[in-house]
Design a protein around this ligand. Sequence first.
Ligand code: ATP
Ligand code: MG
Length: 387
Amino acid sequence: MRIDRVLLENFRNYQREEIIFHPQCNVICGENAQGKTNLLEAMVCLACGKSPRTRADRELVRFGQAGLLLEGAIRSRERDFVSRIEAGGGRRKKITINRVPAKAASELSGVLNTIFFSPEDLQLIREGAAQRRRFMDASLCQLRPRYAAALAEYSRLHEHKTRILRDCIDRPDLIATLPDFNLRMAETGAVLIHYRSRFVRRLARHAASAYSECSGGRERLQVSYQTVRTVTDPLADERVLVMQLVEHQRAHHYAEVSSRQCLSGPHKDDMEVLLDGLSAKSFASQGQTRTAALALKLAARELHQELLGEYPVLLLDDVLSELDPKRQEFVLNRIGGGQIFITCCEEDRLHTLLQGNVYRIQAGRVAGREETDHVSASGRRSDHPGG
Ligand code: ATP
Ligand code: MG
């Protein structure tokens, strides 16, 4: 899928700008605070109806204006779509797809999917398990409807059980309800482990190969799934997983009641990320951290393509800084497949761009646009041998 054109009206610092894009590579460059990230944010909005940066639509409306309009001409599933969002002005958000009003913002994702990389995603490597769990959950919810349902059910059960554990000092009768919650949490938890383990197995393969290509084969990335200790093989049959989860719950029953916390279950899962055998969280350099986070995103994009048949649009915000020239060259030229948008400040590496458009953004306007077409003999970006 690809975005052929966008129109932004009173969106962030854009007054009215219509932009036609390259089907493969689009580099958005400019000085700080000119509107590069805002442009990518608009594309995420067109894919899911909300901003990755704020919950308040009001913030998206250009200062001093009443409402905003976003329009995207999108090619997807071999068809052309026009998605439109009108928001602000105190009215309900209005979304249409090919002029037909959408019932829910989620209909937009039936047309356009994006994978957005922003500097905050470095937390995927640097921070605790919660960030990586969120990444697994968000990717799987897009790809597997059964997973989304199981995750919602598990969160509900987890919240309820936590409330019981909290209140059972004053109301000891509540303890009697725990076995029922435990069993349902084990059953739903087994569904989560089933999907997460398979997801991470495939993700690990793609992430390792993206990392190796980006680093010129010098470093090795390993990603593995970590779940409840009693689960000996997370890829095992769900019935086995249920039994092993119940076993863990039994062993932690007294600890849960005395700490009044839910200690057992896949809500503590993690993905371990190793670079050349060392924990990336503790030992990766800045460039390695960025490369590893990027590799995870690129891998999620490959899985999306494998499972749904089309590459989502890749939005890379400020990914080039801290990368050495070889790694920058990889990002600019060797991410094959679908359409890509890359924002950057420095223009020094752009002379290595083989094929694509470069847009210069100044104060919410496209101040310049250049087309690059130094295509390799076979005409494919991904065929370039690299730096
Ligand atoms: P950097 O290189 O520093 O990341 P950028 O080009 O990505 O910069 P953006 O995040 O896109 O910059 O934001 C550019 C400007 O948009 C900011 O200076 C901000 O004040 C302005 N801005 C944000 N929201 C609005 C709004 N609702 N109305 C008008 N301007 C806004
Ligand atoms: Mg920015």
